[in-house]
Design a protein around this ligand. Structure first.
Ligand code: PA5
Length: 490
């Protein structure tokens, strides 16, 4: 059983639905709740209203992520995607092409994870080792700010300095570094500490020219710290709009400015998201990928105790998609209180896995451990530049037997075998299929997952768009840092 869209994207739920799994009767029992959730999604699309959603400051806040796939003048008024903003992103690509040697993208959480997906999927592991010609004049890209780790930050600085020295030695002039500091709130310590350390270090190097770009809340009346610094220094700015929470920002200028740096097809990415949004407007649950995915997962959780979702793409560069999803699911649904303020301690727990790697580590637990998981596979139908396994050792039967098979096909046989084995032991699993890895299908799946958690929030009656829990440690950490500073000055 699968829901397949015109694009070829599909959701195979055969091992999650039927006898001994989530049943048609279970779905029927949730009929009213599903209709209510679907109606709430329509209101969200039309007006941005989500019942009981409050911002960090406790004020009612609109939710606009579902508007992001649409490039319209009207959306431009809300700092969402408009023809002018997309044009500006294209101009940004051309501005840095053949002009910037390296970009350091600084951010954490929603200001990092989606960008890392785009980079991994479209650039792969060796982008930074390619020549400028191979990168079509686009810069090397490094990520920082996603931890307060002195060793790695020091490594980045030293690496940039070494490249600058090398450029100078070869008569190439100054090494141009662009620091793209991304923070919706504009003051996140992890991001800002790295930003200050790197900026300060690079400014002291004669062979390096540094330029800064800020990606933050664009509000000019109540400027974020980062916005204020950017305005004071005349830096170029991109927007993290009101109503778009960190984990949904891959579709706004957080993700799209990264897309511009690596020369991705931005319109295709948004088109995939847009077509998925249209599919998710279908009133029929069996034709609506987000409603169906959310319903099956919530029932598997509430009725059958499957409170863990193992997100397991098959393919190395898709691992960061799983890491992005961890934040999306964990921050959206892990809530202590429901929309009426009743204590519920709700939410499924996400886990990162990647096939085939984790078949040799986690699969034992998935196959025989606690019956608390849904394993959600992601499969790629057709790999670009697939490789055939050659017959290098014809006398070794075990190896000769796999020769002539492509690595992509072998990968899929491994995934299918894992799914069959899990099924044979009553282990719930499902599979999303991407016909191929490209901007369009990436837009489809990322949007589907975002819309699914929005449905889940409604089904579980929790606010999927706030994250009060992450403020708790921040309230403790701020004063502790002050104390540390006072002690170090004593
Ligand atoms: O989803 C969220 O809102 C958070 O995880 C944020 O993305 C993260 O804390 C970074 O915040 P900011 O972009 O304000 O620096």
């Amino acid at each position: 059983m699968a829901l397949t869209l015109k694009s070829g994207f599909s959701f195979d739920y055969d091992n999650l639905f039927g006898e001994g799994k989530v049943t048609a009767a279970d779905i029927d029992e949730c009929k009213d709740a599903l209709a209510k959730a679907h109606a709430a999604m329509k209101v969200m699309r039309d007006t941005g209203f989500i019942k009981a959603h409050l911002s960090k400051d406790g004020a009612p806040e609109k939710v606009y992520f579902s508007k992001l796939p649409y490039i319209t003048e009207e959306n431009g008024k809300l700092n969402l995607n408009s023809p002018a903003s997309i044009k500006r992103l294209h101009a940004f690509t051309e501005k840095i092409r053949n002009n910037v040697d390296a970009v350091v993208s600084l951010g954490i959480g929603g200001s990092f994870l989606g960008n890392k997906v785009l980079f991994d999927v479209f650039c792969g592991e060796f982008w930074n080792t390619w020549t400028p010609e191979q990168r079509k004049g686009l810069p090397k890209v490094y990520f920082s700010g996603q931890n307060i780790d002195p060793r790695r930050t020091g490594d980045i600085i030293n690496h940039l300095k070494a490249m600058a020295a090398n450029k100078q030695t070869h008569g190439g002039g100054k090494f141009k570094v662009m620091l793209m500091c991304m923070s919706k709130s504009g003051g996140t310590l992890d991001t800002m500490s790295n930003f200050m350390v790197i900026l300060d270090a690079l400014k002291k190097v004669d062979t390096i020219e540094v330029e800064c770009v800020a990606v933050t809340d664009p509000n000019m009346e109540k400027k974020t710290l980062l916005k204020q610094i950017a305005v004071d220094n005349g830096w170029e700015c991109f927007a993290v709009p009101d109503g778009v929470g960190g984990r949904f920002t891959v579709f706004c200028e957080v993700g799209l400015s990264t897309a511009a740096v690596i020369g991705m097809d931005i319109e295709k990415f948004l088109e995939g998201a847009r077509d998925m949004d249209k599919a998710c407007q279908n009133d029929d649950i069996w034709q609506n990928p987000a409603m169906l995915n959310a319903a099956l997962k919530v029932i598997a959780y509430k009725k059958y105790g499957r409170n863990i979702e193992v997100m397991m793409p098959y393919g190395d560069y898709l691992k960061s998609l799983s890491e992005w999803y961890i934040q999306l699911l964990a921050e959206s649904l892990g809530k202590q209180f429901d929309k009426e303020g009743k204590e519920v301690c709700e939410g499924r727990t996400p886990l990162v896995a990647v096939g085939t790697t984790d078949m040799h580590s986690q699969t034992q637990q998935h196959q025989e451990g606690t019956l608390d998981k849904v394993v959600q596979f992601i499969k790629v139908e057709k790999w670009a530049n697939d490789l055939v396994i050659p017959n290098v050792f014809p006398n070794v039967k075990k190896l000769a037997d796999i020769s002539g098979v492509t690595m992509g096909d072998a990968l899929e046989v491994a995934r299918q075998s894992n799914a069959d084995a899990l099924k044979s032991n009553k282990r719930f699993n499902a599979c999303f299929t991407l016909p191929e890895v490209n901007e369009y299908h990436l837009g489809e799946i990322m949007y589907l997952l975002a819309m699914s958690v929005a449905y889940e929030g409604e089904l579980l009656n929790v606010d999927a768009f706030n994250q009060p829990g992450v403020e708790a440690y921040k309230r403790i950490m701020g004063p502790k840092l002050q104390e540390l500073k006072a002690k170090s000055h004593a």
